[in-house]
Design a protein around this ligand. Sequence first.
Ligand code: PHE
Length: 339
Amino acid sequence: MRDALEQIKNTAIEKLEACGDLKALDELKVKYLGKKGELTAILKQMGKLSPEERPVIGQLANEVRAKIEEEVSRRIAQLKEKQLAAQLAAEKIDVTMPGKKFDIGKKHPLTIVMDEIKEIFLGMGFDVVSGPEVELDYYNFEALNLPKDHPARDTQDTFYITENTLLRTQTSPVQIRTMEKRKPPIRIISPGRVYRSDALDATHSPVFHQIEGLVVDKGVTMSDLKGTLEMFIKGLYGEDSKIRFRPHHFPFTEPSAEIDVMCFNCHGEGCRLCKGEGWIEVLGAGMVHPKVLLNCGIDPEEYSGFAFGVGLERVVMRRFGIDDIRMFFENDMRFLEQF
Ligand code: PHE
């Protein structure tokens, strides 16, 4: 029995030493020390021993058990340490390696300037409202004092969807929709896309953006229009910029004007940027026509108003020196990344 115990101890130690992973180690522990293990099996035969031998073998058995237990714990600790070291090595980060590059999104140049324009008008107490791009003939033309046979309809090459629905050619229909819904005082701008069946070239696009403005209240005059537009242009182009009004005609305003900004490049001298004019046209405006007010149930004897429409693309092209309108819509990253 003494030999058997020695044998168990030696093979156990040998196997524990050779064992490479924790699960197998656990199995070895059960194999030698468990209730059905080899050591227990030997101890069950203790009864056959003489009373003198029993304590001696008993003590030896305890020593063998203690030794195996000690070996098991030592190996477990050793393997755990090895495992941790391997894990740490695998998870090691080399902080000197170059990082991953993330592309950061940027605002579209049209959005940059549009946001600026909104900010300027919000500061003057305007609301920002929107209207549908698929519009009724009534709102795009009829209610704006452009009846079916009006010659000015031909100047806006309209995309018709049906006889009475179309892609809006201007943001002016939002004037009507706003006046139908709100009572004066009204002070809104309405930015958005408009459509005209123009051939696409460097300066024309079948889709572009306008910002409509509308103010209706008691006692609104042309000088309010001038003051508001001057504030707007100074906010956009700087305190020293100058504007001029030229007489014009729009069916929905009376009187009407086109407004030019003094070329910021040559200060009125005339240069390539303003095509030698010294001034650049930026918007159309005027006093809301009494018929338009009436169409919206607003009494022109009691109220008056002004309206204006700004073409966004031209403003942005001049701001950033972009010479081809198609750039805005091609989504070429090399272009968009520059802003
Ligand atoms: N809707 C006009 C256009 O597209 C611009 C405009 C708006 C003129 C409001 C006067 C008042 O040309």
